[in-house]
Ligand binder design. Structure first.
Ligand code: ADP
Length: 868
């Protein structure tokens, strides 16, 4: 969530809290919390508080109310004698009893002599004129009383008594509450500030109104009956031990139904109201123990509520995964805090305001998040489309537009789109008549004369798409196929009207999902393409670490399968490649990365491969960081053919030319001096010509071997081929008195070209004879193992120097070439053997020791391979 939006949310929440708090709408809910707490924390009242109850039993025994005042006088006297600290006589004696002057007097005497009697004052509406008056005990009695307290009951709007005012009176706060008055009499030494919520000072002190101050809320000790009661009649008739009244604070009043006031309280509710006398006793108990409850100041109330509402709202976006938990946690915290404050500090923090506003923060936040997500999805989709990752056809064109192209191809004169109830949604040109088609499968055309109809399934709805053709003959199916996109195009538009935010969300999610799938497909496509490329490809980031590489690049850079190229630093691998030329790697990398110029250069790998490396830089992320793009192409075969061309040139320009030049030189001499032509000169010409033919044959043979194809090979008996080869060189051998020894099996099956193989064997035998002193032995053998067929040619000749062993198979290479007295040769003999064996899917092995002779082996694949 962006900052301004967060502030907006906060402001709305604060406004809600303030509004609720000022309006008092949550008051009812607050009382539920309050009453619940009061009900569920019962406590033992102070043991010295006692109620003397004018109950049903007393009425039964002592007759109807009112009783003679001398009875009350007797009670006061008895309580005084028993040592009660204070007696609160919660009975109204507003007028003298004209029929019982004795009783009046006795009561005044008793009250006066006790000196600890508190009497009530009430505010009553005067029967005449509705004016408020204070109704005090009659003069003499009021004078005799130790104190007078008001017994005004404070009813909340739901008619439940929860609080009381410690001060009250008509116009002035003359009277303490009845309980406060009792407490002051019982413990005159207790003074100090009065607790309770102060009332705002009245604007008009002269108004005849009852004024109140020092409001306290009473945590009732328990349901009615919790404070111990004694029956009035039992006390007056001495049925109780007077000791229980010693030091007691006694409240005398009516509990009998219909006699005194019975009021609902949090602990009793409306079903079981509490007698006024017990409410007074509770108040007395609360004052005595200092348990009075008062509400927290409004400003604090507001602060706590705002804090408890804002904190979770701001935490949601920080910890979105925990948002629900935070929500619940703060709701509990709010209520818990309220209960704990009430329990331990006697301060009442009304939690309902915060509770209600907290309740809506989470749905509000979730909704905002939904909207945010939607905005994000929209943007993501737009970006995706902008990236052209997801190419899409334009949809939802009006008919006139979607038909403007088609009408050039298809002979239509009009089109129309109807909804399910055949209401026209769009039309173009000479629209066809309403369809007579019933339930046809979607996407199929139905033709009626010059008209054709199609049903389009668009979401849950069906649309009818109709076209009119210019000819009565009607359309052919190819025309209709061309028209189908126009029908579907219309369908696409009607789909695009989500009904609500959830549907919109679903639609967007589907679109993003589809786009994501396409991107994934693209990614896979790119990855597969790179992997399968014939070239090696390496892509690095700006720090030279490989981000992407294919297997071929790994091979070229000498990374085996165990160590992947990805994430590795490129220079360590690059520097192993040897650049052919005067460049060096740092210089090349600079050119590519700093000068931003593509570089191309030939390099050699350790395995002797020739690569063409192309380097260029490219931007690889949104920060416009530049990375390196490198392609490695194997140009070894190109290089090889280049080398061969060079050698061919050398062969023609030198090897082939020199014998021909010699012949020309001889013929030149002969022409100048014809007498010199003798047999020796002709022999030399012969020799040179033979040598040329031999060279050309060697060359052609070698070429033939290079192009030999396994597919044309046949199954043959190698022994036969060897016999033929030996026969071809028998003369040469016998001239040097070299004995040819053969150890050949009757059958040695191999797959091959007999002419090429014979030629290869002749080359080996020729060399063996050529490079062996006379009167030695050359042995030829064939061995068969389960996997191979080996044909060996072994001589006892000069042997091949170790340093030459690797090079004798190179074309035109001759060990100790041109050395005086060396037998002539082109240097194509052994390369021919090697190429020939490669074509036969086999190999040549050589084993030689200077002075002791050489041993060449042609190894053919046996078993399965040869059977292919
Ligand atoms: P050439 O036409 O020179 O014989 P080859 O390709 O057949 O060419 O042989 C290459 C070189 O290998 C020869 O020049 C020779 O030095 C050496 N060589 C080949 N076979 C033998 C052998 N049996 N004993 C000693 N040296 C040999």
């Amino acid at each position: 969530m962006r900052v301004p939006e967060r502030f907006l949310l906060a402001a709305i929440l604060v406004a809600l809290v303030t509004g609720l708090l000022l309006s008092g709408w949550s008051w009812k809910l607050d009382q539920l919390f309050y009453d619940w707490k009061i009900q569920h924390t019962p406590r033992a009242p102070a043991p010295e508080i006692l109620i003397v109850a004018v109950d049903e039993k007393s009425l039964e025994e002592m007759g109807r109310w009112p009783w003679s005042r001398s009875v009350h006088a007797r009670l006061v006297n008895k309580l005084a004698a028993a040592g009660a600290r204070v007696v609160g006589l919660d009975i109204l004696f507003s007028e003298t009893a004209s029929n019982d002057p004795n009783g009046d007097r006795e009561l005044v005497d008793a009250v006066a002599s006790s000196g600890h009697v508190v009497l009530p004052v009430v505010n009553t509406e005067h029967t005449l004129g509705g004016q408020l008056v204070e109704s005090l005990p009659y003069g003499a009695l009021a004078d005799a009383a130790a104190a007078i307290g008001h017994v005004e009951r404070q009813l909340d709007p739901d008619a439940i008594v929860r609080s009381t005012y410690l001060k009250g009176g008509l116009q002035t706060l003359r009277w303490p509450s009845f309980a406060l008055a009792m407490l002051t009499i019982a413990y005159p030494e207790r003074g100090g500030d009065l607790p309770g919520l102060r009332a705002p000072s009245s604007d008009d002190p002269t108004a005849m109104a009852w004024v109140r101050d020092h409001q306290i809320w009473i945590p009732f000790a328990g349901p009615p009956g919790t404070i111990p009661r004694a029956s009035y009649v039992d006390v007056v008739n001495d049925r109780l031990d007077p000791a229980i009244f010693a030091g007691a604070l006694v409240v005398v009043g009516a509990t009998a139904v219909g006699l005194g006031d019975l009021l609902p309280t949090p602990v009793s509710g409306h079903s079981q109201p509490m007698p006024g006398v017990e409410i007074v006793a509770n108040e007395l108990d609360v004052l005595l123990a200092g348990l009075a409850i008062r509400p927290v100041d409004t400003i604090w109330w507001w602060c706590i509520a705002v804090l408890l509402v804002l904190a979770p709202a701001l935490l949601y976006s920080r910890f979105p995964r925990w948002s629900l938990l935070i929500w619940g946690g703060f709701i509990l915290l709010n209520i818990g805090l309220s209960m704990l404050l009430l329990h331990y500090t006697r301060y009442w923090y009304a939690p309902a305001t915060a509770f209600i506003v907290q309740g809506i923060t989470y749905p509000m936040w979730s909704w905002r998040r939904l909207v945010q997500t939607l905005i994000y999805l929209n943007r993501a989709l737009r970006d995706l489309h902008g990236e052209r990752v997801v190419p899409e056809a334009i949809s939802g064109l009006p008919l006139s537009e979607s038909m403007s192209f088609l009408r050039c191809i298809v002979p239509v004169s009009g089109a129309v789109v109807l909804d399910e109830s055949h209401r026209q949604l769009d039309a173009w040109g000479d629209a066809p008549d309403p369809p007579v088609i019933g339930q046809v499968p979607a996407g199929e055309w139905r033709v009626h004369g010059a008209d054709a109809w199609n049903r389009i399934q668009s979401g849950e709805n069906s649309l009818y798409f109709g076209v009119r053709f210019q000819t009565d003959a009607g359309p052919d199916s190819a025309d209709l196929d061309l028209l189908t996109p126009a029908a579907l195009n219309f369908g696409a538009r009607t789909e695009d009207t989500p009904r609500n935010v959830v549907e919109l969300m679903q639609r967007r999610l589907q679109q993003v999902q589809a786009a994501t799938e396409k991107i994934q497909f693209m990614r896979r496509f790119v990855a597969d393409t790179v992997a399968e490329m014939a070239q090696g490809v390496v892509v690095t980031d700006g720090l030279g670490h490989v981000m992407l590489a294919n297997a071929r690049a790994e091979k070229y850079l000498g990374v085996d399968e165990s160590g992947r190229l990805e994430k590795r630093e490129i220079t360590e691998l690059l520097f192993k490649l040897e650049i052919e030329g005067a460049y060096n790697w740092p210089e090349i990398l600079r050119t590519a990365m700093v000068d931003d110029k593509p570089v191309e250069m030939p390099v050699r790998t350790r395995d002797g491969l020739h690569l063409l490396v192309q380097l260029s830089s490219f931007v690889y992320n949104a920060n416009r960081n530049r990375g390196l793009l490198m392609s490695l192409a194997d140009v070894s075969s190109l290089r090889e053919s280049e080398r061969q061309r060079r050698q061919l040139r050398a062969f023609i320009s030198h090897d082939l030319r020199s014998p021909l030049s010699s012949i020309l030189a001889i013929t030149g001499i002969a022409r100048e001096d014809p007498g010199r032509i003798g047999s020796e000169m002709l022999d030399r010409i012969d020799n040179h010509a033979h040598r040329t033919i031999e060279l050309v044959e060697d060359f052609l043979e070698f070429n033939r071997a290079q192009t030999a194809d396994w597919g044309t090979f046949q199954n043959l008996n190698l022994s036969v081929v060897v016999h033929d080869a030996i026969d071809s060189v028998a003369d040469k051998a016998s001239m040097k008195k070299i004995r040819l020894v053969r150890r050949l099996p009757d059958e040695a099956p191999v797959t091959g070209d007999p002419a090429l193989l014979e030629r290869a064997l002749i080359n080996l035998l020729d060399n063996a004879i050529k490079y062996s002193p006379p009167q030695t032995v050359v042995s030829i053998g064939i061995e068969e193992t389960p996997h191979e067929v080996r044909c060996t040619v072994e001589d006892a000749g000069h042997g091949i120097p170790a340093e030459d062993k690797d090079r004798i198979f190179e074309q035109y290479y001759r060990s100790g070439a041109r050395r005086e007295g060396r037998p002539p040769g082109l240097g194509l003999g052994l390369p021919f053997v090697q190429v020939c064996m490669e074509r036969h899917r086999g190999r040549v092995e050589v084993d030689s020791e200077i002075g002791r002779g050489s041993r060449f082996a042609l190894v053919f694949p046996g078993g399965q391979a040869s059977m292919e």
